[in-house]
Design a protein around this ligand. Structure first.
Ligand code: C6P
Length: 415
């Protein structure tokens, strides 16, 4: 996440932010909504809702193919969104920004395209034990199809990657290293720049699953040394069904297409097709145009609140929430890494996480319960599931107080 800034620190007024997000005014079972499920999906500010609605009301048409005015305006809106995502991620060129359906599709694209072109029998792909299934299964499929081997760097009892072991697992055979920027199940902020440096030392490409990194602080893909960086609009206060894959230009240029169809070609005959330059080569078919426009608006909205201010605000909430949850008898925190971002994952000795989630819901408190699509992490900590409160920039200390009060009620029911 971010480096320190020399400009005066911007502060974040979470109460003012809340007023920009209409759904937060809702009640659930007659109680104010306390939304603590931001790692699953975030709520949308008026700026994003309006950007999508205005696009449909004033500009909607297919892009990149019409000579008519609306098509040109829609194309401009979509390409402006690409430029906004470029600036948000610190990429050098807008051609390095590929619109996808989300992080999952972004990683599958890398595995299917870069992976098939560059990974063979006996090669190795290194991930960590804390990865989301989206950063495990695409690589497993690639290994099954090519005879490559998936190598897993272990994590400590606190939920940090064991960096000494990771370094020892890298070698001539390592072709791809892929790790999460931030763990969705533990909240660990991984030392991605350091892992990238180690990956490059052995000539591997470095993939960062940024699904939980990009919403919570400034990202600079070049400073991180990421060859690829994947993120999802819906986790960044933008629409669902849209995401971005950043890829370094020279890698993208050399990669074969991922899907075939309209827009990704230069010429087509029955004998042979030739392909469009990036980014079109990787955007077959009509994309989620309004989603892209909304995602661009979300990036601008996040920037307007200051990524470093967001990071500081969420760090304060994380520290407060960690301290308050320690008051709950029989609560075990899963994930106590040195550097964490907005995730409080825990189990209670008296109740199953699903029962915890159900009782919290009756109090208006939305958390996620389950394995969080990270089953190997659950197995590592010896639990089938956790309850997870995850933070966003509109959360307040009062939200965490409401969580703690509701957990005290769980204890009263089950103890
Ligand atoms: N994690 C969660 O509740 P998609 O579904 O493609 O937008 O994102 C997938 C994904 C990839 N990597 C990480 C680290 C993630 O956290 C997620 C999504 C959600 O934790 C839904 S399982």
């Amino acid at each position: 996440m971010s480096a320190s800034s020399t400009t005066p620190a911007q502060t974040l007024d979470a109460d003012a932010v809340r007023r920009e997000v209409p759904i937060l005014a809702r009640e659930i079972y007659g109680k104010p909504l306390v939304y603590l499920d931001n790692a699953a999906s975030t709520q949308k500010p008026r700026a994003v809702i309006d950007a999508v609605a205005t696009f449909y009301e004033t500009t909607n048409a297919n892009i990149h193919r019409g000579v008519h005015r609306l098509s040109q305006e829609a194309t401009d809106a979509f390409e402006l969104a690409r430029e906004r995502m470029r600036a948000f991620l610190g990429a050098a060129q807008h051609e390095e920004i590929i619109f996808t359906r989300g992080t999952t599709e972004s990683i599958n694209l890398i595995a299917a395209s870069y992976g098939h072109a560059n990974v063979g029998a006996g090669d190795e792909i290194l991930i960590s034990h804390m990865e989301h299934h989206s950063n495990i299964v695409p690589w497993q499929l690639l290994c099954e199809q090519t005879g490559a081997k998936l190598v897993v760097a272990p994590i400590t009892d606190d939920g940090d990657i064991d960096m000494d072991v990771l370094a020892s697992l890298l070698g001539d055979r390592t072709k791809i290293v892929s790790v999460g920027h931030v763990s969705n199940a533990l909240g660990t902020v991984n030392p991605v720049a350091e892992i990238g440096r180690l990956a490059h030392e052995v000539g591997a490409v470095f993939v960062v699953d940024g699904a939980q990194g990009a919403p919570h602080g400034a990202v600079d893909v070049r400073a991180l040394g990421a060859d690829f960086y994947a993120c999802s609009g819906h986790k960044m206060y933008g629409p669902t069904g849209i995401g971005v894959l950043y890829g370094r230009r020279e890698l993208l240029d050399a990669m074969p297409p991922y899907q075939g169809g309209g827009e990704m070609i230069r010429t087509v005959t029955f004998e042979k097709s030739t392909y469009a330059p990036v980014p079109a080569k990787f955007e077959a078919g009509t994309p989620n145009i309004a989603g892209g426009v909304g995602f661009g608006a979300a990036a601008v909205w996040l920037q307007s609140h200051g990524l470093e201010a967001i990071e500081r605000h969420e760090a304060d909430l994380l520290a407060y929430g960690t301290q308050r949850l320690a008051e709950i008898e029989g609560l075990r925190m899963i994930g106590t890494a040195r550097r964490k971002a907005g995730v409080l994952s825990f189990v209670l000795d008296c109740a199953h996480p699903h029962d915890v989630g159900t009782i919290l819901d009756r109090e208006g408190v939305a958390v996620r319960t389950g394995h969080h699509c990270a089953q190997p992490v659950m197995e590592r900590f010896g639990v089938p599931a956790t309850s997870r409160a995850s933070l966003g920039l509109y959360n307040t200390r009062a939200d965490l107080d409401a969580l703690v009060d509701a957990l005290q009620q769980v204890r009263e029911v089950f103890a």
